[in-house]
Design a protein around this ligand. Structure first.
Ligand code: XLS
Ligand code: NI
Ligand code: NI
Length: 438
């Protein structure tokens, strides 16, 4: 690599708990085995292009604050190539094996689609080279179908068929580059697929269009020979008042209704789960129940703020719960832990990007170790198993096997007369048990 963007910082190393070096890991030790698999393989960390490279720290009340030398240029393809070098230097130094992008994060918008495609091709070639040089891989790619004014009414759910086509062309191209770069998956986040008022919206028609769009994507995926999964990333609101992909259950229902379920998994994001009024663990369980737990966008929100603050996930209770659920369902295959998170406006220096990722990686590594301990201890899982034991034999087993009728249930209820042996749910005791491992 030619120019260094972080000359004062070397590769972040594991130094173990208690180290006073803020530029070292206390818990993330990539080669350390947990349940027989290395932490690196369990966690599959990814750095995002959009926040980490393109975030400015700006908000609607103030200009950008962040020190980002790679964004100083005019926005040319040459600048984008230089930025790609900054991205790979950062990702290598922080030790994340993967990265993720939107097409327009990596290469500038052109005046026409042809020009945008040309820009993307130029930067795509450089990404391929950088991936080869560093060994960093693409976890997933996606199309940025929401920033440009043409997408003001949505992309696949726009009232304009022209916009639908434009969005399709963008996804087609983003899929091609995801495939070319060996991406392990491809993500659809709803962008502006939703509405601000029903007064101007034909909801069923928009949903049909979205499904048509996804079917075209599935067809093109086959044509390309892209084997990775598609992910849908649920989010209930922001930027629109109501996003169609509002939560895991809504996404699964949409996919089932339109015959798309076998082609998709979900990419669950913490802050989106909480915006939907759910916990992250709930969303993960709902996805897993449908065999659709794909990947996670790791971040967290702020209890006092009602929007997608995309903070780095540093809450150990959260990361432990997430990893407990992920381990329970067999771990990641193509997915990973993607830091869809941004440093605060006040954390404006280059070092803050390292501190933030180290904080998130350590919190997840610790969450992984905690979850593994909870599992090895076994009391929690035993409690749940025991709680449902009435389903393991007799009438319970018959119902589960789909062999019982209402009349069978009635016979059983008449025989027992009353239910007198219900046990405690023990929530507080279980919370204390969980805390033993934090
Ligand atoms: C926005 C989403 C977005 C997706 C990728 O809230 O999290 O960043 O992850 O399009
Ligand atoms: Ni996201
Ligand atoms: Ni988000």
């Amino acid at each position: 690599m030619s120019k260094q963007y972080f000359p004062k910082i070397g590769n972040i190393q594991f130094e173990g708990p208690g180290t006073k070096n803020p530029l070292a890991f206390q818990h993330y030790n990539p080669g350390e085995l947990v349940e027989g698999k290395s932490m690196k393989e369990h966690l599959r960390f990814a750095v995002v292009y959009w926040h980490t490279m393109r975030g400015t720290g700006g908000d609607m009340f103030g200009w950008g604050t962040a020190e980002r030398p790679w964004n100083a240029g005019e926005g040319t393809v040459k600048d984008a190539v230089a930025r790609a070098h900054a991205m790979f230097e950062f990702t290598s130094k922080v030790g994340a094996p993967y990265y993720c992008w939107h097409d327009r994060d990596v290469a500038p918008h052109g005046k026409t689609l042809t020009e945008s495609n040309k820009n993307f091709d130029a930067v795509g070639k450089e990404l391929k080279k950088l991936q080869k040089d560093t060994g960093i891989k693409l976890l997933w790619g996606t199309a940025q179908n929401f920033v440009h004014p043409r997408y003001m009414h949505g992309a696949a759910t726009s009232c304009s068929a022209d916009v639908f086509c434009y969005a399709a062309a963008q996804v087609k191209k983003a899929m091609e580059w995801t495939h070319e770069l060996g991406g392990e998956g491809y993500t659809f986040w709803g962008g502006r697929e939703g509405y601000s008022t029903l007064l101007n919206t034909d909801l069923p028609r928009e949903m049909d269009h979205l499904a048509e769009f996804m079917h075209m994507a599935v067809d093109y995926k086959k044509k390309l020979g892209f084997a990775g999964p598609f992910y849908i990333e649920p989010k209930p609101k922001e930027p629109t008042k109501h996003q169609y992909d509002s939560d895991a259950a809504a996404c699964l229902n949409f996919l089932r209704e339109y015959g798309l379920l076998e082609h998709f998994k979900l990419n669950i994001e913490t802050n989106h789960a909480t915006l939907a009024g759910h916990s992250m663990q709930h969303e993960l369980e709902v996805a897993a129940a449908a065999g659709a737990l794909g990947s996670i966008d790791a971040n967290m929100g702020d209890m006092l703020l009602g929007w997608d603050t995309d903070q780095f996930p540093t809450d150990l209770y959260l990361t432990s719960q997430v990893m407990l659920t992920v381990l329970k369902h067999g771990g990641f295959t193509t997915g990973g832990t993607n830091f869809d998170a941004k440093v605060r406006r006040e954390s404006h220096t280059l070092e803050d990007l390292f501190y933030a990722h180290i904080a998130g990686m350590d919190a997840f590594a610790r969450g992984l170790k905690i979850a593994a301990k909870v599992r090895a201890d076994g009391r929690l899982a035993d409690f749940v198993k025991t709680r449902y034991r009435s389903w393991d034999s007799g009438i319970g087993a018959k119902i589960e096997a789909g062999k019982a009728t209402f009349a069978d249930c009635e016979r059983h209820a008449l025989k027992i007369g009353e239910v007198t042996d219900l046990e405690s749910g023990r929530q507080e005791r279980l919370e204390a048990l969980f805390n033993e491992f934090i």
